[in-house]
Design a protein around this ligand. Structure first.
Ligand code: ASP
Length: 415
């Protein structure tokens, strides 16, 4: 993707970008106010939100397939893919474990669950979760079924396999190569156009969600009841984003982390509005390539994978939530039991899909493994939609920072 080079052009595009971001933030605030007073969903507004969300999701399949195949074939030497894979896995795992550790420290210091009265809750039906199922589903039995249900991991597997084989066939399949390149360019352009409607989409999504939560009154009451829990999760997320991811962003880009966040403002605001790393993925891809000059070969590999397996925010949240439940029920966890939570929270975050409140489903596994009551989820359910948005923002930030770090580490191989 080309970056404007001449100065007047650059100033102009920077000004437009700033205005656009202001419009999105204003839309978000307006949405909160409208939903807060409406106290319920307004069908027309909900429809606008759904249209925007659907448009983003619509781009996931063509963009992932074309960008991964295109990325793999343009890598040249397939050994580079192995190196990139190893570095990416190392990055994901390290940052996820750091996030969980920060969560554990914060929750042990603040102790948000101590003294909170356990109200009788029935275990909500959030579904079963098995880490092995996630691994099994990585190889799709039916590619089109995977596409139809928006499962990203099987699509990544297929596209990588396809790209690797394609790169061994050379000239013979040049028309196919051109078609994939074309699909990628068209998909990116479509994402550009969809983003232009973000202020309306973000307004609608936020208004609908705040309305569905019963407006300011109802949400305020819930917040007051378990406010310390919300503060604990948010404090942990802030520390992880600002310290760990901030340092890594600087390492990867040599830019002030604040500047990196500004450049990433669109995907971060969308992550907050949609509560879905996957729905945000097309915008994250466009933004890291165009605003942060990340090599397409890196972003097309690191981001789709990251949207489903790299979830720092979710990992941190799972750890805090499990400890909160233990504290509410007065269950004293030993150091080794807490270590088990660190491990399962990491796995649970890797296994969670990049969709709204997926972390809540995988939290069941963390609670069960740690021997904690699954109905404890009932305690945190009412505020989860809000924390989901906060953790998704950190998830997307972690993915984007990953592209910067991997690009830097692979610098000499990417010529
Ligand atoms: N909504 C999160 C995401 O898409 C996953 C979660 O529920 O934590 O990244």
């Amino acid at each position: 993707m080309s970056i404007p080079t001449s100065d007047p052009q650059r100033t102009d595009s920077r000004r437009r970008h700033t205005l656009f971001l202001i419009a999105i933030v204003a839309a978000m605030l307006l949405g909160a106010v409208v939903g807060g007073f409406a106290k319920t969903e307004i069908p027309v507004i909900a429809l606008l939100g759904d249209l925007f969300l659907n448009a983003l999701k619509m781009m996931i399949v063509p963009l992932i397939v074309s960008s991964i195949i295109n990325g793999v074939t343009s890598l040249g030497d397939i050994r580079k893919l192995g190196r990139m894979g190893a570095l990416t896995a190392g990055f994901y795992l390290t940052t996820t474990i750091l996030a969980v550790t920060i969560g554990m420290i914060v929750v042990n210091v603040i102790q948000p669950g101590v003294g909170v009265a356990v109200t009788a809750h029935i275990a909500p039906a959030v579904g079963e979760y098995s880490f092995l199922d996630v691994v099994r589903a990585m190889v799709p039995a039916n590619l089109f079924a995977a596409m139809a249900s928006g499962d990203i991991l099987p699509l990544i597997f297929f596209s990588l396999f396809f790209g690797i084989v394609m790169s061994t066939l050379g000239e013979k399949i040049q028309p196919l190569q051109d078609a994939v390149d074309g699909l990628f360019l068209v998909s990116m352009k479509m994402v550009h156009i969809i983003i232009l409607t973000a202020p309306i989409g973000v307004f609608a999504l936020v208004a609908t969600r705040v309305g569905a939560a019963g407006g300011f009154d109802a949400f305020g009451r819930e917040l007051a009841a378990i406010g310390r829990y919300v503060i604990t999760v948010m404090a942990g997320l802030m520390i992880h984003a600002m310290v760990i991811l901030g340092l890594l962003a600087w390492f990867g880009s040599r830019l002030n982390p604040g500047k990196v966040v500004r450049q990433l403002a669109e995907p971060l605001l969308l992550a907050f509005s949609t509560a879905s790393s996957s729905a945000t993925l097309p915008v994250t891809m466009k933004t890291v390539q165009e605003n942060l000059n990340v090599d397409k070969r890196v972003s097309s590999f690191v981001l789709p994978l990251g949207a489903t397996v790299n979830m720092d925010g979710t990992a941190l949240y799972e750890a805090v939530a499990a400890m909160f439940v233990a504290q509410c029920y007065g269950i004293d966890l030993s150091f080794s039991a807490q270590l088990l939570i660190v491990l399962t929270a990491t796995l649970a975050a890797i296994g969670a899909a990049g969709i709204p409140q997926a972390g809540l489903v995988t939290l069941v596994m963390v609670l069960q493994t740690a021997g904690l009551p699954a109905e404890g989820i009932g305690m945190i359910l009412a505020v989860d939609w809000f924390l989901d948005r906060c953790r998704t923002t950190v998830n997307v930030f972690g993915d984007a920072v990953g592209t910067l770090v991997i690009q830097r580490l692979l610098q000499k191989y990417l010529i």
